[in-house]
Design a protein around this ligand. Structure first.
Ligand SMILES: [Zn+2]
Ligand SMILES: [Zn+2]
Length: 160
């Protein structure tokens, strides 16, 4: 049986369930993530969108331009505005990056990589035991083969 995790927004209106383990998890320190969250970095767990089910509440979408130039769609609680997840240009709406901090047990998901270390706030210390990269990384160097295949399958579906 796949693990099912629950999470939600800051006001409690939006609740969701997510099934299975993420394809990959990034702790991103890029300046865009800093601007969008007002914080040091963000932790995103990437899933196929069909693994996430809204169980209560309503969502709104906010579009910004991603670093790659395409639309980055941020999905928030309609009432309190907490950002729950994003659709990024590469995967389109078939995939999403779930904000790990919105999980009821955020500690149950661990980053596979710390990225855009080159843009991090200078006093932020990096975690031990998690690979860190100046910018992005090659998934094949970090992820086990079955998760690389899952990611490739998602990218192939997104291109159709
Ligand atoms: Zn809310
Ligand atoms: Zn970022």
């Amino acid at each position: 049986m796949d693990v099912v995790r629950q999470g939600g927004c800051g006001c409690g209106e939006v609740r969701y369930e997510v099934t299975g383990e993420p394809i990959f998890v990034n702790n991103c320190h890029c300046s865009q993530c800093q601007h969008q969250t007002g914080s040091t970095s963000v932790v995103n767990a990437f899933f196929e969108s069909e693994r996430v089910t809204l169980t209560s509440g309503k969502l709104t979408e906010h579009i910004v331009i991603a670093g790659s130039g395409g639309p980055h769609i941020m999905v928030r609680c309609e009432i309190c505005g907490s950002a729950l997840y994003s659709h990024y240009p590469r995967m389109g709406r078939l995939g999403l990056g779930l904000r790990v901090g919105t999980l009821d047990e955020p500690g149950s998901v661990r980053p596979d990589a710390v990225i855009f270390v080159s843009e991090k706030m200078p006093w932020v210390a990096l975690p031990e035991g998690i690979p860190a990269f100046e910018q992005f990384y090659d998934f094949r160097e970090v992820l086990p083969p079955e998760r690389v295949e899952r990611f490739k399958a998602l990218l192939a579906r997104s291109k159709r």
